[in-house]
Each structure stands twice: as C-alpha cells, then as structure tokens.
Design a protein around this ligand. Structure first.
Ligand code: AMP
Ligand code: MG
Length: 338
C-alpha cells in the first residue's frame, strides 16, 4: 500500500491549483491529458489509500462537528462527474455525505435570487456536501445561452453586460462568508478534451448499457465547446480565491482524475485537521460512575465488565505480536534453544 503523507498529497495536487488572480486561458493553460505519466495500477493504489484516509477524516469531521466541506464539481458533459463522485465517496459513511445534482431550475427556483436553491443544499457542519453542478452554472450555461438569462426573472436593468463581473463578485463574497462560517470549498473543474468527449459520447451510443446516459441535446451543447472554454476560463480567472481556490483536474484518464479529485478533498480535510472531541473531567467522572453502576448489575458468574476483559486480552495479543514478527526469519524458531 502506498503511504499517503500530507506532503505527498500537497505536491500531487499543486500543479492543478489555479493561483488566485491568475488569468487562465483554456485550453492553453491546462492539459486535459495530465502532466504526469501514471499507470492505472498506481492510480488505483493511491485511490484505495486515499479512500481509507477520507473515511477516517470524514469520521473526525463529523465528531468535531464544526467545520463542513462543500465539494463543487463542474465540467463539460461526459467529463466523469458521476464516476468521480461514486469513486471518491466509495469508502465513506453515506450518513456524512449529501450529493445534490442541479438541473434546469424550476419555476419556484426562478422566483428567488439565483443562490437560493444552492443555499438550501449546503451541508450541515460535520458533513461533506457534493454539488454535482452548482451555482457556477449561473455564469456558465447561463452565459453561453443568453436566452436562459432572458428567462430569469431579474429586473431588466439588472441584466446588463456587467452582470457576469457582478456574479463573480457575489459568488466570491458568498464563498468567503461561508468559509468564515467554517465551510471549506473543494472546487474541481474536470477538464476533458474535445476529442475525449467525442469518444465518450460514441461509447454512450455504441454500448447499449450506456445509451441512457446520452441525450441528443449533448451533441447540441458540444457545438458550443469554444464558448464554454471561454466561460470556464473566465470563471477560473475570477473566482479562484485564497478561501475557495479552483483545481483543474486533467480528466481524459478517468482513474487519474479520480485520484486527483480524492487528493484535493483529502488535502482540504488534512488542513481542517478535525479531532475527536476531548471528554471533560466532569463527563469522564460521569462515565466512570455509570460504569460502576453497570458493573454492579452483572448477573451471577458474569464478568463485571466483559468489554474491559476483551480489551485487556486484545492489548496483550498486540503486545506479543511484534516480538514474533521482529525475529529474523532465517532459522526456524523450532531449532532455537530457550
Ligand atoms: P445533467 O447534469 O447532464 O443531468 O444535465 C443538467 C442540465 O441542467 C444541464 O444541461 C445543465 O446545463 C442544466 N443546468 C444546470 N444548472 C442550470 C442553471 N442554473 N440554469 C440553466 N440550466 C442549468
Ligand atoms: Mg448530461
């Protein structure tokens, strides 16, 4: 098993981070096929180690119960958002994770400010909320298709050309407010190439079990590829901040993308460094009083505290085990005189 140290994770994800204030131009600045040659087997191994690490940190996040994590996934169609979600979360407790997928807004959504429906889906403290698409659609699909903005019920004087700059500011402010409230952001742009998208669309058409994933609208959206690249470039240039930086994940290789996504989440959890709460002296005393009471209720012949017996035995086995393992394996132990 690969050892996943915080340093190794930080180094692994550094090339994907969008430095706040940096102007990004896609596809020039980030290569969808990735910067490192990484074998599928190694990627899988790191993912396995990463998933174990995520599970432990998630439990601590829930126990500490003051920070929360919002993971935002944005991408072109077929970039692998769904697969990333299921793989990244495969080891964690479903009770601590909420996945929200955002589609075309309902008429109730349109009757409110644009952040309203996203605010309703924010995770509780102690939890991880995954946004499969997000409020960033409000500066992506809505920008690429002016008729969507036309259908939003904003007063006309607020629909001017400065609307995108304003929305970037509003999104940055909202994320800053939330991070001041203890919510950390993991913003991932899964960066797939146009040719790889074509391949994946064809797989969805040619393989019967993938047909359900394809809609003819997907190929229509593909015709706006360049507009989306521009809109994404603007998003990355304007909304990568110290409190909520973007990561551009090379997504042409699915296993690699999953490892990278898990690594960014792991990095964020390591930074939070959640701890199990310490029990106060009073609470400890109360525990011991309850223990004495329960021990007093032991039926005849039963150990007063069978758990304590098990723990003592387990500790003894553990203490004995390393000694055996440390012996040189050259000679069989049998031949030894004691
Ligand atoms: P999918 O995620 O493939 O099921 O598709 C969801 C669809 O909803 C996509 O075509 C998105 O562009 C669209 N969508 C998501 N959020 C918004 C939004 N805020 N305004 C308009 N369309 C959206
Ligand atoms: Mg779709």
């Amino acid at each position: 098993m690969v050892e996943l140290t915080p340093k190794r994770i930080a180094e692994f994800i550094a090339p994907f981070r969008v430095e706040p204030g940096k102007r990004v131009r896609l596809p020039r600045d980030f290569d969808p096929s990735g910067t490192r040659e990484q074998s599928k087997a190694e990627a899988k191994e790191i993912l396995a180690a990463g998933v174990g690490l995520l599970a432990e940190y998630q439990e601590r996040l829930a126990a500490q119960d003051n920070y929360g994590v919002v993971m935002v996934l944005q991408a072109m169609d077929a970039a692998g958002k769904d697969g990333t979600i299921s793989h990244v979360m495969s080891g964690v407790n479903p009770q601590g994770v909420q996945v929200s997928s955002f589609k075309v807004p309902s008429s109730e959504d349109l009757d409110h400010d644009y952040l309203w429906r996203y605010a309703k889906k924010l995770p509780e403290r102690g939890n991880i909320g995954i946004f499969n698409r997000s409020y960033y659609e409000e500066v992506l699909v809505v920008r690429v298709h002016p008729q969507i903005l036309a259908g939003q019920k904003l007063p006309p004087r607020l629909k001017g050309r400065d609307i995108w700059k304003r929305r970037f500011r509003e999104i940055n402010d909202w994320e800053r407010y939330l991070s001041d409230q203890g919510f950390r952001f993991v913003k991932l742009f899964l960066n797939v190439s146009k040719e790889e998208q074509r391949r994946r669309f064809l797989a969805r058409i040619d393989l019967a079990e993938k047909n359900w994933k394809f809609s003819p609208n997907d190929s229509k959206e593909r015709m706006f590829w360049d507009d989306y690249q521009k809109a994404f470039s603007e998003v990355l240039s304007n909304t990568s901040t110290e409190w909520a930086p973007w990561y551009v994940i090379p997504a042409d290789d699915k296993p690699f993308a999953r490892v990278a996504a898990a690594a960014v989440l792991a990095h964020t959890l390591i930074e939070i460094d959640p701890r199990y709460p310490k029990v106060s002296a009073e609470a400890k005393a109360a525990l011991l009083a309850a223990k004495a009471d329960l021990e007093g209720q032991a039926p005849k012949g039963a150990a007063p505290d069978p758990i304590e017996v098990e723990l003592t035995e387990k500790a003894a086995r553990k203490a004995a085990a390393p000694k055996v393992a440390k012996k040189p394996a050259k000679k069989p132990a049998k031949g030894k005189k004691s």
